[in-house]
Ligand binder design. Structure first.
Ligand code: AR6
Length: 169
Protein backbone atom coordinates (compact mmCIF):
# COMPACT_ATOMS: atom_id res chain seq x y z
CA UNK A 1 0.00 0.00 0.00
CA UNK A 2 1.37 3.41 -0.91
CA UNK A 3 1.43 6.46 1.30
CA UNK A 4 0.44 10.05 0.55
CA UNK A 5 2.53 12.71 2.26
CA UNK A 6 3.18 16.42 2.14
CA UNK A 7 6.67 17.92 1.78
CA UNK A 8 6.88 21.70 1.70
CA UNK A 9 9.68 23.26 -0.34
CA UNK A 10 11.41 23.39 -3.69
CA UNK A 11 10.44 20.32 -5.74
CA UNK A 12 13.72 20.42 -7.72
CA UNK A 13 15.55 19.21 -4.58
CA UNK A 14 13.66 15.92 -4.27
CA UNK A 15 15.50 12.67 -5.03
CA UNK A 16 12.39 10.75 -6.06
CA UNK A 17 11.77 8.61 -9.15
CA UNK A 18 9.75 11.40 -10.80
CA UNK A 19 8.89 14.99 -10.14
CA UNK A 20 5.95 16.47 -12.02
CA UNK A 21 6.33 19.75 -13.86
CA UNK A 22 3.40 22.21 -14.09
CA UNK A 23 4.33 23.06 -17.67
CA UNK A 24 2.48 24.67 -20.57
CA UNK A 25 1.41 23.07 -23.85
CA UNK A 26 4.64 24.10 -25.62
CA UNK A 27 6.80 22.19 -23.09
CA UNK A 28 9.48 24.78 -23.82
CA UNK A 29 9.74 26.26 -20.34
CA UNK A 30 8.23 29.25 -18.59
CA UNK A 31 8.02 30.82 -15.15
CA UNK A 32 7.06 29.37 -11.75
CA UNK A 33 7.95 25.77 -11.03
CA UNK A 34 8.53 25.13 -14.76
CA UNK A 35 11.25 27.79 -14.83
CA UNK A 36 12.82 26.40 -11.64
CA UNK A 37 12.87 22.86 -13.08
CA UNK A 38 14.43 23.94 -16.39
CA UNK A 39 17.09 26.02 -14.59
CA UNK A 40 18.00 23.20 -12.25
CA UNK A 41 17.90 20.40 -14.87
CA UNK A 42 20.06 22.34 -17.34
CA UNK A 43 19.89 23.14 -21.07
CA UNK A 44 19.73 19.48 -22.09
CA UNK A 45 16.16 19.38 -20.80
CA UNK A 46 15.01 22.10 -23.20
CA UNK A 47 16.83 20.40 -26.08
CA UNK A 48 15.02 17.15 -25.24
CA UNK A 49 11.63 18.88 -24.83
CA UNK A 50 11.95 20.43 -28.29
CA UNK A 51 11.64 16.92 -29.73
CA UNK A 52 8.37 16.13 -27.96
CA UNK A 53 5.96 18.21 -30.04
CA UNK A 54 4.24 19.83 -27.04
CA UNK A 55 1.58 18.40 -24.78
CA UNK A 56 -2.18 18.99 -24.79
CA UNK A 57 -3.83 20.36 -21.66
CA UNK A 58 -4.48 17.47 -19.25
CA UNK A 59 -1.93 15.19 -20.91
CA UNK A 60 1.56 14.26 -19.69
CA UNK A 61 4.97 13.41 -21.18
CA UNK A 62 8.07 11.95 -19.51
CA UNK A 63 11.72 12.97 -19.90
CA UNK A 64 14.97 12.22 -18.09
CA UNK A 65 15.68 14.65 -15.24
CA UNK A 66 19.25 15.45 -16.38
CA UNK A 67 21.00 17.38 -13.56
CA UNK A 68 18.18 17.00 -11.01
CA UNK A 69 18.40 14.48 -8.17
CA UNK A 70 15.15 12.93 -9.44
CA UNK A 71 15.32 10.25 -12.20
CA UNK A 72 12.53 11.53 -14.43
CA UNK A 73 10.40 14.60 -15.01
CA UNK A 74 6.76 14.11 -15.95
CA UNK A 75 5.59 17.27 -17.71
CA UNK A 76 1.88 18.03 -17.68
CA UNK A 77 0.01 21.07 -18.93
CA UNK A 78 -2.60 22.21 -16.41
CA UNK A 79 -5.71 24.20 -17.34
CA UNK A 80 -5.85 27.97 -17.01
CA UNK A 81 -8.73 28.82 -14.62
CA UNK A 82 -11.40 30.65 -16.64
CA UNK A 83 -14.26 30.64 -14.13
CA UNK A 84 -14.83 26.90 -13.81
CA UNK A 85 -17.23 26.30 -16.71
CA UNK A 86 -14.63 25.31 -19.27
CA UNK A 87 -13.88 21.81 -18.02
CA UNK A 88 -11.10 23.05 -15.73
CA UNK A 89 -11.75 20.53 -12.92
CA UNK A 90 -11.81 17.55 -15.31
CA UNK A 91 -8.65 18.75 -17.06
CA UNK A 92 -6.79 19.17 -13.77
CA UNK A 93 -7.87 15.68 -12.67
CA UNK A 94 -6.59 14.40 -16.04
CA UNK A 95 -3.17 15.98 -15.35
CA UNK A 96 -2.86 13.97 -12.13
CA UNK A 97 -4.31 10.79 -13.64
CA UNK A 98 -2.15 10.84 -16.78
CA UNK A 99 1.00 11.65 -14.77
CA UNK A 100 0.29 8.78 -12.39
CA UNK A 101 -0.41 6.44 -15.32
CA UNK A 102 2.95 7.34 -16.94
CA UNK A 103 4.72 6.69 -13.64
CA UNK A 104 3.05 3.27 -13.41
CA UNK A 105 3.98 2.47 -17.03
CA UNK A 106 7.63 3.08 -16.07
CA UNK A 107 7.27 1.02 -12.88
CA UNK A 108 8.22 4.02 -10.73
CA UNK A 109 7.90 3.86 -6.97
CA UNK A 110 7.89 7.53 -5.94
CA UNK A 111 6.42 10.66 -7.48
CA UNK A 112 6.14 14.26 -6.30
CA UNK A 113 3.56 16.80 -7.52
CA UNK A 114 3.65 20.59 -7.31
CA UNK A 115 0.28 22.36 -6.99
CA UNK A 116 -0.50 22.20 -10.73
CA UNK A 117 -2.37 25.30 -12.06
CA UNK A 118 -2.28 27.00 -8.62
CA UNK A 119 0.13 29.78 -9.60
CA UNK A 120 0.14 31.64 -12.90
CA UNK A 121 -2.92 29.61 -14.05
CA UNK A 122 -4.99 30.88 -11.04
CA UNK A 123 -6.92 27.69 -10.20
CA UNK A 124 -8.75 28.04 -6.84
CA UNK A 125 -6.48 26.38 -4.30
CA UNK A 126 -9.00 24.39 -2.28
CA UNK A 127 -10.66 22.88 -5.35
CA UNK A 128 -7.25 22.06 -6.85
CA UNK A 129 -6.10 20.41 -3.61
CA UNK A 130 -9.30 18.33 -3.40
CA UNK A 131 -8.79 17.15 -7.00
CA UNK A 132 -5.12 16.31 -6.34
CA UNK A 133 -5.92 14.31 -3.21
CA UNK A 134 -8.81 12.48 -4.82
CA UNK A 135 -6.64 11.39 -7.78
CA UNK A 136 -3.76 10.35 -5.50
CA UNK A 137 -6.19 8.30 -3.40
CA UNK A 138 -7.46 6.62 -6.54
CA UNK A 139 -3.88 5.65 -7.46
CA UNK A 140 -3.33 4.44 -3.91
CA UNK A 141 -6.37 2.18 -4.14
CA UNK A 142 -5.24 0.81 -7.52
CA UNK A 143 -2.14 -0.57 -5.78
CA UNK A 144 0.39 -0.49 -8.64
CA UNK A 145 4.15 0.13 -8.55
CA UNK A 146 3.92 3.51 -6.78
CA UNK A 147 4.74 3.41 -3.09
CA UNK A 148 5.28 7.08 -2.26
CA UNK A 149 2.94 9.82 -3.46
CA UNK A 150 4.17 13.27 -2.41
CA UNK A 151 2.32 16.58 -2.56
CA UNK A 152 4.78 19.47 -2.68
CA UNK A 153 3.35 22.84 -1.60
CA UNK A 154 5.73 25.74 -2.06
CA UNK A 155 4.14 27.97 0.57
CA UNK A 156 2.78 27.60 4.07
CA UNK A 157 -0.89 28.19 3.10
CA UNK A 158 -0.93 25.41 0.51
CA UNK A 159 0.83 23.09 2.97
CA UNK A 160 -1.83 23.74 5.63
CA UNK A 161 -4.59 23.22 3.07
CA UNK A 162 -3.22 19.82 2.00
CA UNK A 163 -2.81 18.74 5.63
CA UNK A 164 -6.35 19.79 6.52
CA UNK A 165 -7.91 18.00 3.53
CA UNK A 166 -5.82 14.85 4.04
CA UNK A 167 -7.05 14.71 7.65
CA UNK A 168 -10.66 14.64 6.42
CA UNK A 169 -12.19 11.21 5.93
N1 AR6 B 1 8.83 23.93 -6.09
C1 AR6 B 1 7.55 23.62 -5.80
N2 AR6 B 1 6.49 24.40 -6.09
C2 AR6 B 1 6.74 25.57 -6.73
C3 AR6 B 1 8.05 25.97 -7.09
C4 AR6 B 1 9.14 25.08 -6.75
N3 AR6 B 1 10.42 25.36 -7.05
N4 AR6 B 1 7.98 27.18 -7.72
C5 AR6 B 1 6.67 27.53 -7.74
N5 AR6 B 1 5.92 26.57 -7.14
P1 AR6 B 1 3.09 27.79 -11.41
P2 AR6 B 1 0.78 26.94 -13.05
C6 AR6 B 1 4.47 26.50 -6.93
O1 AR6 B 1 2.79 29.22 -11.66
O2 AR6 B 1 -0.16 27.74 -12.22
C7 AR6 B 1 4.71 28.51 -16.11
O3 AR6 B 1 5.11 29.68 -16.76
C8 AR6 B 1 3.67 27.79 -6.99
O4 AR6 B 1 3.74 28.48 -5.75
O5 AR6 B 1 4.48 27.32 -11.46
O6 AR6 B 1 0.41 25.51 -13.39
C9 AR6 B 1 4.42 27.38 -17.09
O7 AR6 B 1 5.32 27.40 -18.17
C10 AR6 B 1 2.26 27.24 -7.27
O8 AR6 B 1 1.62 26.85 -6.05
O9 AR6 B 1 2.28 26.83 -12.44
C11 AR6 B 1 3.02 27.68 -17.52
O10 AR6 B 1 2.98 28.65 -18.54
C12 AR6 B 1 2.52 25.99 -8.09
O11 AR6 B 1 3.94 25.72 -7.98
C13 AR6 B 1 2.37 28.25 -16.26
O12 AR6 B 1 3.44 28.77 -15.49
C14 AR6 B 1 2.19 26.12 -9.55
O13 AR6 B 1 2.46 27.45 -10.00
C15 AR6 B 1 1.71 27.16 -15.44
O14 AR6 B 1 1.01 27.75 -14.38
Amino acid sequence: MSSIRVWQGDITRLAVDAIVNAANTSLLGGGGVDGAIHRAAGAELLAHCRLLGGCRTGEAKITPAFRLPARYIIHTAGPVWRGGEHGEAELLAACYRNSLALAEQHSLQSIAFPAISCGIYRFPHELAARIAISELRRAQAADGSLRELILVPFGEDMARLYQRLLAEA
